[in-house]
Structures are given as structure tokens and as C-alpha cells.
Design a protein. Structure first.
Length: 150
């Protein structure tokens, strides 16, 4: 069986990057005929990209000055720090977000009154499984896998 090629999106630091990632995910899933998982995947993509932008970028990374999809180097010559990849394997769809930090994602304890910190709990609830892989010297990839309903 032949599956579609993985789809990738390079994201620069900025307030609009999570929105760009959500639109990219929904559009890609529709092209693959997998609209039935689009809602869950776009929520998880949004959480993983937001976490990468908020927690994994170096302090000196400028935020809010440039948003959107980058094909590699931006106008200033810097490489987009966050990469989103979607992979279709018929019965499963995977999303993977790569960032430059080797710090592992930490799930916050449940707190009904917290205003933030629930993102990874959402990822855990919506996906079949999730995790991360450290790329020694090259950051990490945080991934989630979804089952495609029949």
C-alpha cells in the first residue's frame, strides 16, 4: 500500500504561528481525505506548536516580529526554529513538532483553577499515544499519534 508523502511546515517565532500550523494541519488532512480527525489533530498541533514557541526557543529568539510559514531561511537569514510534520499511514496519522531545545515536555498536575498548563493533558486525551524523542545536539521532536476511524 502506498501512503501520501509526509507534509511539513516550517514555522518562525511569532504570535500567528499556531494559527498557521492549525490551518496547515486541517488543509493537509482534507487533502488526504481524513477530515474526520481534523478537529483533534488541529487542537493537538496547536498545543505542541504553542509549547515549542513558549518553552523551547532560546530567550534571544525574537517573537512577534515574523509569523507564518517559512521554507527554511527567513529574510533575516535565520532558519525557522519550529517544524511541523504530518504523516499519514492509513489507519494512523502522526503529527510531530521539532524544536531546538532538548528540554523534555512536562505535564503539569491537574488544577481546576489554573489558567494554563493543561495542554499536554489535552494531547494525552485526544491522541492514541504521544511522546518525545531527543535529537542529541539538535533539539527534540514531540509527537502524537491518532487513530483514523473507519
Amino acid at each position: 500500500m502506498s501512503w501520501p508523502a509526509p507534509a511539513s511546515c516550517a514555522l518562525r517565532a511569532g504570535a500567528g504561528s499556531a494559527s498557521v500550523a492549525r490551518r496547515f494541519a486541517v488543509q493537509t488532512l482534507r487533502e488526504w481525505g481524513l477530515s474526520q480527525v481534523a478537529d483533534d489533530v488541529q487542537l493537538v498541533v496547536s498545543e505542541l506548536v504553542t509549547n515549542a514557541l513558549r518553552h523551547a526557543l532560546p530567550d534571544e529568539t525574537p517573537t512577534g516580529i515574523s509569523t507564518g510559514i517559512s521554507t527554511g531561511a527567513s529574510a533575516g537569514g535565520s532558519v525557522a526554529p519550529v517544524q511541523l510534520r504530518l504523516i499519514n499511514q492509513s489507519v494512523h496519522v502522526a503529527c510531530a513538532v521539532r524544536d531546538p531545545s532538548e528540554r523534555v515536555p512536562l505535564m503539569c498536575p491537574e488544577d481546576d483553577f489554573a489558567e494554563s498548563g493543561r495542554g499536554l493533558l489535552l494531547v494525552q486525551e485526544l491522541s492514541l499515544t504521544w511522546g518525545w524523542t531527543i535529537l542529541r545536539g539538535n533539539g527534540k521532536v514531540v509527537w502524537a499519534i491518532f487513530t483514523v476511524p473507519d
